[in-house]
Design a protein around this ligand. Structure first.
Ligand SMILES: NC(=O)CC[C@H](N)C(=O)O
Length: 728
């Protein structure tokens, strides 16, 4: 094993950056492998093109003959670019993407063959997906699931396969994927937000949710990664002593990008361009060998698809560069983890951003309306938000190193806090003309200027307003953005609907003017949601205490956090908005809670194996060397040998102590794992894994890491932190 480590080190040190050809403009490459409007125009009849466009824009139905026409055009386009296969491409609840390739190729009667792809193959498929997670929705005997084309996300060519984004539902129509509820939440929010936006501009007929994600990740040389069973099996290091130097000098963040990594990024970006993923930003992140990539924001469904696709592309491109991408939220203890900050906003079909203040008081009132409603929605559903970002891996990240804590709060900056404080003082009932003028001029009217020089930033906030969007920073780097986006869309939809009812009531019952009614409702919302606003340091104990006083939740682990997903409140919310029914909600909960146990189970097994089969034997080997040494000293020095052998003997004893502890704790951990495995109820099992099994990890690690400091470097089998983090 140590041989493996040194061979891997040698291999990694001998690498040179993989050459990248960049002879075409990015804008020319952009979307070349996407069946976008340009390709559609070229490959579809005018009628089909117009009908498809209307389907994409208004969700109109596609009939059989139109589907046939589109599939033929799509096939011809794909084959002209070298495609041989097609697949429905979807996002089951495994967290990664799924695909099953079928060749266009088919035989025909006279022993001949041709390429075929018809409308029904485009529109619907029945993948043999019996082993994908379903949370009890599908019986084994009725394992059928359907994939159905999502025309709002364009088909694309990846390698030699035409990929058609689809939803994935059960035989009985229940969602088995991330996309279906997301699409439902998008249309619910569109309707609710359009109704409210019309208070300010009658011309608005559609509201589009937008998302700009930021993907953080680590890169480790693939040879080095393959020496670490923990990285390979669980995505994170389960042992490893901190290196002498970590991120304390801040010399990596925004520093120059190492050449090998830069070429990886360029190669990756080129693929992204071809696939129409509008990547824009690349840089080093805070921890050594940590990086970030971010695109220009897009419509949320497309953005989610692009992020899922990107993660797959990142893995594949990394192979060419001999890197392993680590998406885990905390692959290394003691340095920054990785998030996937979700920048969420609302855009109108008239070209405005509803979370961006404008030049007129009306636009700023509109901004305040959406801004305050979002804060209130967040406050009322903070537990559901916490649940939506919960995972075994994200548990390690929350609460340190620029990742938000487990307490959910909203950061808006001191300037906007002042604005809300002013609005809170608005008169109850009708506003006097004077007050209204004053408000419009001095409070509402000043917002754009205020925001211009608002440089507030708070990296400890889970949900931070950043000038024209909210940044949900709590999402973990491995997550599919669809789930948090579905929740955010849903809670804001419900909130906006309530807002509309309240404002309309004041207008009709209390005969208030529209502006007065809006100010009155907003004032109450500001008061009602004040407790969620927090501008300070999210890490201190003081905030935990204060949050408790405010009645905010603080679920530190996934099993505790997840229960909000099946609360009556969540079931009512999703049911009322037709986003998910109770069966779908409970199935998802079951999948997630089981997923938690499985992750901890895998980590426990890997750690037990490493500790017993890699670390203990190595420690014994070194101890034997020391014993030989002591024996030799005894031979030379006779009865006085202890003067010479004191240190060696003390190390021999320390090694024995650590070995004993490791062995004992691995035994106990295995016993607890067995108990947990015997539990039938998935929730009970997850709690057992969380509270009875997981606590052994840190103790076992402690002793392994101590041994790492004692044992001869030459025989240590696992690649060390300094090698994983600093080999460029
Ligand atoms: N600079 C940053 O924004 C760091 C964010 C941090 N890596 C996280 O886990 O979210």
């Amino acid at each position: 094993m140590a041989i493996l480590r040194f061979n891997a080190l040698k291999e990694s040190l001998d690498r040179t950056p993989v050459k990248i050809q960049e002879d075409e403009r990015r804008s020319d490459l952009f979307g070349r492998n996407v069946f976008n409007q340009k390709a559609m125009r070229q490959y579809l009849t005018k009628d089909s093109f117009e009908s498809l466009k209307s389907t994409i824009e208004n969700g109109t139905k596609i009939d059989r003959s139109l589907a046939d026409n589109i599939s033929t055009g799509m096939k011809e386009w794909a084959i002209s670019k070298g495609a041989t296969h097609y697949t429905h491409w979807f996002q089951p609840l495994t967290g990664s993407t799924a695909e099953k390739h079928d060749a266009f190729f088919e035989t025909i009667d006279d022993g001949d063959a041709m390429e075929k792809f018809n409308g029904s193959q485009l529109v619907q498929q029945e993948p043999d997906a019996s082993s994908l997670p379903h949370g009890g929705i599908r019986n084994t005997f009725e394992a059928r699931g359907y994939t159905a084309w999502d025309p709002s996300s364009p088909a694309f060519l990846w390698g030699s396969t035409l990929c058609i984004p689809t939803i994935f539902v059960s035989y009985t129509g229940e969602a088995l994927d991330y996309k279906t509820p997301l699409l439902r939440s998008i249309s619910a929010l569109d309707k609710a937000a359009t109704d409210v936006a019309k208070y300010f501009d009658k011309k608005i007929n559609k509201v589009i949710t937008t998302l700009g994600w930021e993907q953080e990740y680590f890169l480790v040389d693939s040879a080095l990664a393959s020496t670490r069973p923990d990285l390979m099996m669980s995505g994170r290091t389960l042992i490893g002593h901190s290196p002498a130097k970590g991120q304390q000098l801040d010399d990596h963040y925004f520093g120059s990008i190492p050449s090998r990594v830069l070429n990886y990024m360029r190669d990756l970006e080129k693929e992204c361009m071809l696939l129409g993923i509008p990547v824009k930003t690349r840089h080093n992140e805070v921890a050594p060998n940590q990086f970030e990539l971010a695109p220009i924001f897009e419509e949320v469904n497309l953005a989610v698809d692009h992020n899922s696709l990107l993660m797959d592309v990142m893995d594949k491109v990394a192979e060419r560069h001999h890197f392993k991408v680590l998406f885990h939220e905390k692959p290394f203890q003691g340095v920054n983890g990785s998030g996937k900050h979700n920048n969420w906003s609302l855009a109108t079909d008239t070209g405005s951003n509803l979370l961006s203040p404008g030049k007129t008081p009306m636009k700023n009132m509109r901004f305040l309306t959406f801004f305050i409603n979002t804060i209130k929605a967040f406050y009322e559903n903070e537990e559901l938000i916490r649940a939506t970002i919960a995972s075994a891996s994200n548990d390690h990240r929350l609460g340190a190193n620029e990742a938000p804590p487990a307490v959910m709060s909203v950061f808006i900056g001191s300037q906007l806090t002042k604005v809300l404080d002013e609005l809170e003082k608005v008169t109850d009932g009708k506003l006097s003309p004077q007050e209204k003028t004053e408000l419009k001029l001095n409070v509402v009217g000043k917002i754009p200027e205020i925001l211009m020089d608002n440089t507030d930033r708070n990296r400890t906030s889970p949900f931070a307003f950043t000038g024209n969007k909210f940044e949900l920073r709590a999402v973990g780097s491995t997550a599919n953005c669809a789930d948090p986006m579905t929740v955010l869309n849903a809670i804001v939809t419900k909130q906006l609907k309530e807002f509309k009812v309240e404002v309309d009531d004041l207008i009709s019952d209390k005969k208030m003017k529209k502006d007065d009614a809006i100010f009155n409702v907003l004032r109450e919302y500001i008061k009602a949601s004040k407790k969620i606003r927090f501008e300070g340091d999210g890490y201190g104990e003081a905030w935990e205490k204060e949050a408790k006083k405010r009645g905010l939740s603080n679920y530190r682990t996934t099993p505790e956090a997840l229960k909000a997903k099946i609360s009556k409140k969540a079931i009512d919310l999703f049911g009322e908005l037709n986003i998910m029914n109770e069966t779908e909600i409970k199935a998802r909960y079951e999948i997630e809670i089981e997923d938690y146990s499985k992750h901890i189970q895998i980590e426990g097994r890997v750690l037990g194996d490493i500790a017993r089969n890699h670390i203990i034997p190595t420690a014994i080997k070194y101890q034997n060397i020391l014993i030989e040494n002591v024996k030799g000293l005894k031979e030379i020095y006779g009865p006085n040998f202890k003067d010479q052998a004191k240190q060696q003997m003390s190390i021999i004893e320390s090694i024995s102590d650590h070995i004993e502890k490791i062995n004992e704790e691995v035994d106990q951990m295995i016993a607890e794992r067995k108990k947990a495995n015997a539990m039938e109820d998935p929730t009970e099992k997850a709690y057992a894994y969380c509270n009875q099994v997981k606590p052994f990890f840190d103790d076992i690690r402690y002793h392994c890491d101590k041994l790492e400091l004692l044992v001869d470097n030459e025989i240590w089998p696992m690649t060390k932190y300094r090698e994983l983090l600093f080999t460029k």
